[in-house]
Design a protein around this ligand. Structure first.
Ligand SMILES: Cc1cc2nc3c(=O)[nH]c(=O)nc-3n(C[C@H](O)[C@H](O)[C@H](O)COP(=O)(O)O)c2cc1C
Length: 135
């Protein structure tokens, strides 16, 4: 099973999730500035919500994918909304890249909101989630 982890994180919240997932799977978590260089079965893609949208880095990363990706597993944090699943799904659909039904989401700290999130429990849950997905 070829697995890759990519993320874009302004404040470090979804970076923590991506790194917990990568550690659990024995791979490296790289930012979306590192394009995929070989085909993968599963791509864990981490993103967060900024002013109701995902960052252009995530859009550019997806639109520049030119290898075969079996499926993308969405990983995200946000303070208010429920994940970036739909927004990332739209980007993937434009490239005919399948998006897994399963996703990992947790609250991310934002100013006084959700202090300390993702916390140790979130990171452990992300690691467990990733191991189940990869099987
Ligand atoms: C400029 C900015 C805009 C944000 N806008 C939203 C928003 O519209 N909806 C929301 O749920 N969270 C919003 N947030 C909160 C972030 O999604 C949350 O803090 C997230 O965990 C940040 O992830 P990161 O640390 O990986 O960048 C915003 C955060 C920032 C910094």
């Amino acid at each position: 099973m070829r697995v890759a982890v990519r993320y874009y994180s302004r404040g470090g919240n979804v970076k923590k999730l991506a790194e917990a997932i990568a550690k659990a799977l024995g791979v490296e978590a790289l930012t979306t500035d590192s394009p995929l260089t070989e085909d993968v079965d599963i791509l864990f893609l981490g993103s967060s919500v900024y002013a109701y949208g995902v960052d252009d880095h995530v859009k550019d990363f997806v639109s520049n994918i030119n290898v075969k990706v079996g499926k993308v597993v969405n990983v995200s944090t946000a303070a208010l909304v429920k994940s970036t699943y739909k927004q990332v799904g739209k980007l993937l659909a434009e490239k005919n890249i399948p998006q897994a039904k399963e996703e990992f989401y947790c609250r991310g700290s934002f100013g006084p909101m959700h202090k300390g999130r993702p916390n140790e429990n979130d990171l452990a849950a992300a690691a467990d989630f990733a191991k189940k997905i990869v099987g």
